[in-house]
Design a protein around this ligand. Structure first.
Ligand SMILES: Cc1cc2nc3c(=O)[nH]c(=O)nc-3n(C[C@H](O)[C@H](O)[C@H](O)COP(=O)(O)OP(=O)(O)OC[C@H]3O[C@@H](n4cnc5c(N)ncnc54)[C@H](O)[C@@H]3O)c2cc1C
Length: 480
């Protein structure tokens, strides 16, 4: 078996700190809530601090951003979401909308009210139409389990607890993205509670501007989605790859350059990522993993672009398996919430020698930070930049995610310092574009970095649809 590589285990593989300490939990202000809406038990569960179950629903993926809301409304129906949106609006209460709770910067957290769509987790699929309809609170693991058991697959990310809502609204990259596109590229329809509390239908014919914005504009800006319908694909088999090198800087630089010259241009069957970080003895560890929907022979042949450059620790592991087992391969084990910080860059022309040297040099001296490079190309970049709100299309080679994770609050400032230093050093070599699903509160020009030339249209849609900015968080789409 190839060792499973997830974004979490990748950090552990590089020796992240192991001491656990509880987060500093920020409490809600003392202001009391108005009388709660009258919702039946089959519509919603309303939880206030101290009530049984309140703590169970609290965890956020990033412990650093945890807030305790005065009210968590666990909605079971679109009607409940509508009632909660109207109640918050008429009582002038700020709120956040939550699905899987994986927002890097806690945009689904609130000290006031959380409209929580976690209980909207139904998953149904239609074999003939090759579509699935999922509640906004469904997470990727159960989605893959459900459709995978019937021989279907869906091109979403690799973490099973990520929520479909935040993921697909911001794009959604996974290890079959190059053949099938991003999660958002396969969106066909959604149901959404708008700022007036109305339940509306959104697709290419109904509210087409919103449909455009929902494919990459990010979560929490236009309304609370209650259901999505996506295209799914019959996938008889995937081939899963894992291969590792530990190399001195000079050879690591050659291998990185070989990966960036190969991965974004490889046959569209193949999607890989390259995880780069510090290894003992002054070496750099490079781990290439991914999936192909083609043959083992094709993947093996293609990998010569890397194995001819440097000898891996052991021969590449290539295993054919079902889509579901391929997805599970990257799930990793249960991981408690930790503190983390990430930043991202899109690379639109190959990193120069100086850029690669800077990246590797920084990683060598900051063992707790890794860089995970996701290869684009294929179906991801064959879509025009303005066809959907997700703008990182033609000309995008790969996305680098710089990632640091720790388990003790006292390490926070040191770790933030490390990742910020690395990020600052990379400025001369990158495009300035960033991935909204790897949101980053340090960015000053975040809206331009996330949406580029699509920003003016997103702002117009926001102004037309939510002029009072009811749906907002620190990096929601600004009203024009
Ligand atoms: C461990 C981990 C692994 C990841 N792996 C990948 C990966 O492989 N590929 C990738 O592309 N990304 C990945 N991500 C990033 C992930 O796609 C984003 O964090 C995504 O926004 C998470 O969605 P969520 O629903 O879980 O988060 P949430 O925190 O619930 O929501 C994220 C945003 O969407 C909004 N939102 C939530 N629910 C709704 C709703 N019903 N209607 C409208 N807006 C809503 C929230 O207000 C918030 O702004 C990963 C993140 C983590 C923490």
């Amino acid at each position: 078996m190839i060792p499973p590589i997830t974004r979490r285990s990748s950090l552990k593989a590089f020796g992240a700190a192991t001491v656990f300490a509880p987060a500093l939990i920020r409490h809600a202000s003392a202001q009391t809530l108005p009388p709660l809406p009258n919702l039946a038990a089959n519509d919603a569960v309303l939880l206030e601090p101290g009530q049984p179950g309140y703590d169970t629903y609290e965890p956020a993926a990033n412990e650093r951003m945890l807030l305790r809301p005065k009210l968590r409304a666990l909605c079971k129906t679109a009607n409940a979401v509508s009632v909660m949106v109207s109640w918050c609006r008429s009582n002038n209460l700020p709120f956040a909308v939550r699905s899987g709770g994986h927002s890097y910067e806690g945009f689904s957290q609130s000290a006031s009210v959380v409209i929580d769509t976690r209980m909207l987790k139904q998953i149904a699929f239609d074999r003939t139409a090759r579509t699935m309809t999922v509640g906004a609170g469904a997470t990727l693991g159960p989605i893959y389990e459900s459709i995978g058991a019937a021989g279907f697959g869906f091109p979403g990310g690799s973490c099973p607890t990520v929520g479909i809502a935040g993921h697909a609204l911001g794009g959604g990259f996974g290890l079959i993205a190059r053949p099938f596109g991003l999660a958002c590229d396969n969106l066909q329809w959604l149901e959404l509670v708008d700022p007036q509390g109305a339940i509306i239908q959104v697709d290419a014919q109904h509210n087409p501007d919103l449909f455009w914005a929902a494919r990459g504009g990010g979560g929490g800006s236009f309304g609370a989605v209650t259901r999505f319908r996506f295209k799914i694909f019959r996938i008889p088999q995937v081939v899963v790859l894992g291969v590792t090198w530990r190399l001195p800087q000079t050879h690591a630089r050659q291998l990185f350059k070989a990966w960036q010259a190969w991965a974004p241009h490889a046959p569209a069957n193949i999607t890989t990522f390259l995880r780069v970080g510090h290894a003992a003895g002054g070496l750099i560890e490079l781990h290439c993993a991914g999936q192909s929907i083609g043959s083992v022979a094709e993947f093996k042949r293609e990998l010569r672009a890397l194995t001819n450059v440097a000898q891996p620790v052991s021969p590449p592991n290539l295993e054919p398996m079902s889509f579901l087992n391929g997805a599970k391969h990257f799930f990793g084990g249960p991981a408690p919430p930790t503190f983390f910080k990430a930043k991202s860059d899109y690379i639109t022309s190959p990193l120069t020698d100086a850029g690669v040297t800077t990246l590797l040099g920084q990683l060598e001296t900051t063992p707790s930070v890794v860089a995970i490079c996701d290869s684009y190309g294929g179906a991801v970049t064959s879509v025009a930049r303005d066809a959907t709100a997700f703008s990182h299309r033609a000309g995008t080679l790969f996305c680098i995610q710089y990632f640091s994770e720790w388990t003790n609050a006292v390490e926070t400032q040191t770790e933030l310092g490390h990742i910020r230093t690395l990020y600052a050093a990379m400025r001369p070599f990158v495009s300035g574009e960033c991935y909204v699903n790897y949101c980053d509160l340090d960015l000053t020009n975040w809206a331009q970095a996330y949406w580029g030339a699509n920003l003016p249209r997103l702002r117009q849609i926001k102004a037309a649809f939510d002029p009072n900015n009811l749906f907002r968080h620190a990096q929601s789409i600004p009203v024009a």
